[in-house]
Design a protein around this ligand. Structure first.
Ligand SMILES: [Zn+2]
Length: 419
């Protein structure tokens, strides 16, 4: 079954990509993966040093993983305990992720705190935000060399989160420039005098590099300037065998984060970006994923791989069509998770052309239902489970090839096809 194999080409490479980190986007935008604008590859990936093959169909290494979105596992476990408590976790984390910490503290102050876990969360939030300064061990890092810069961000985040009415951006910019100026006088990391009144990204990244770290360029996540910095990274190209085609997915695996940004800070580490995209590649925060799971290999990598191919073959194709095709690939490749994802697609389906993921989910389940059950849209999971995985794979492949043939008949100019 060669079409079910995923080949890994691990490419040893370690450097700061000066331009690759310039288009950081929020983690939730990764859900809209069709937004990857241009899939040109870096010229750096020329040295192959390891090849692994994983057989998707028979591997028993693939583990159950229900994190469908790129949010840290902790937030999932926190939401699980929500049912048995009076603390509204959705509101709690929602207010923190909106950088509205006064609201977070109010929720904690006006809720009857019962369990030990809740007491711990309340205490941690209060230690972080209720006093003049952060009393948590936030700066207790394995490598403290980036702490001085981290303090500039942390001070600005704290001020902004505790006082939503004031914009602290100018305050932060001035502080960062004066920090870089003073550090440059000491260590000459920039090789020139820093005198400008605006933040120069090259100076900023040069400072971080001089401390042995990688980082995204200076920029904002939502309304706040953000710091995402990590110690180790591996540049990897996955060669993925899809239906009658092969996709190369270029992905940077990042490890040992010293800061995962203000969202991590605001939620005491419960939520943070799982990754982001640039025009060159995918950036993956390794700790967000089980790298052997089908969620990573199929829902993330193979899905993106199909987007890469479609962008090349049909550059004008709509996101609705791109999602439809990438999700057919998912159905063709899932093994252990197959019925879970069918259930997810059924629940997420919505025939709304303006929303590509739910729209593609609807078209996908509708077309599969027509073939498998001769019904318009089958919601009954028991009926789906009565069909073997092999038969579902075959129908997904059939629909994918039929769709490819139709797109090929129209040619490169094709924009929209599914209805
Ligand atoms: Zn997609």
């Amino acid at each position: 079954m060669p079409v079910h194999n995923i080949q890994y080409k691990k490419l040893g490479f370690n450097r700061l990509f000066k331009d690759c980190s310039s288009q950081q986007v929020q983690c939730n935008l990764i859900e809209n993966r069709f937004e990857l604008p241009n899939f040109s590859y870096c010229q750096c990936c020329l040295h192959e040093n390891n090849v692994k093959i994983i057989n998707m169909k028979n591997s028993n290494k693939i583990q159950l993983c229900l994190i469908l979105f790129l949010i840290n596992i902790n937030i999932y476990s926190f939401s699980q305990i929500a049912d048995s408590s009076r603390l509204n976790y959705n509101k709690l984390w929602g207010s923190a992720l909106n950088a509205n910490i006064q609201e977070t503290l109010k929720i904690l102050d006006t809720t009857k705190i019962v369990s030990e876990k809740e007491k711990k969360i309340k205490l941690q939030f209060e230690n972080r935000f209720k006093y003049e300064s952060d009393k948590t061990n936030y700066f207790l890092k394995s490598d403290t060399s980036l702490n001085p810069l981290n303090r500039v961000f942390q001070d600005y985040w704290r001020k902004s989160m505790l006082d939503n009415k004031t914009n602290y951006d100018k305050y932060f910019e001035k502080k960062l420039i004066s920090f870089l100026k003073s550090e440059n006088q000491k260590t000459k990391f920039a090789n020139h005098k820093i005198t400008r009144s605006t933040i120069i990204k090259e100076d900023y990244l040069a400072y971080i590099k001089s401390k042995g770290f990688y980082a995204t360029n200076i920029g904002k996540t939502g309304n706040l300037y953000d710091l995402l910095a990590w110690k180790n990274e591996t540049d990897t190209t996955y060669t993925i065998l899809l239906i009658n085609d092969t996709a190369e997915v270029h992905i940077l695996m990042m490890k040992d984060f010293i800061s995962l940004g203000w969202e991590e800070y605001a939620t005491l580490g419960a939520a943070y970006p799982g990754g982001w995209t640039t025009s060159e590649k995918l950036f993956c925060v390794c700790q967000s994923y089980n790298l052997n799971s089908e969620t990573f290999l199929v829902n993330y990598l193979s899905h993106e791989g199909q987007h890469f191919l479609d962008y090349k073959h049909f550059p004008k194709l709509s996101s609705n069509d791109m999602e439809y095709r990438a999700k057919l690939i998912e159905l063709y490749l899932y093994n252990k998770e197959l019925y879970n994802y069918i259930n997810f697609f059924i629940n997420n389906a919505n025939y709304d052309k303006n929303n590509s993921h739910p729209y593609a989910d609807y078209c996908l389940i509708r077309d599969m239902s027509r073939e498998l059950f001769h019904t318009e849209f089958e919601k009954d999971m028991e009926k789906w489970k009565s069909i073997s995985k092999d038969d579902i794979h075959k129908v997904a492949k059939y629909l994918f090839l039929k769709n490819t043939e139709s797109l090929n008949q129209i040619g490169k100019k094709v924009k929209e096809f599914i209805k």
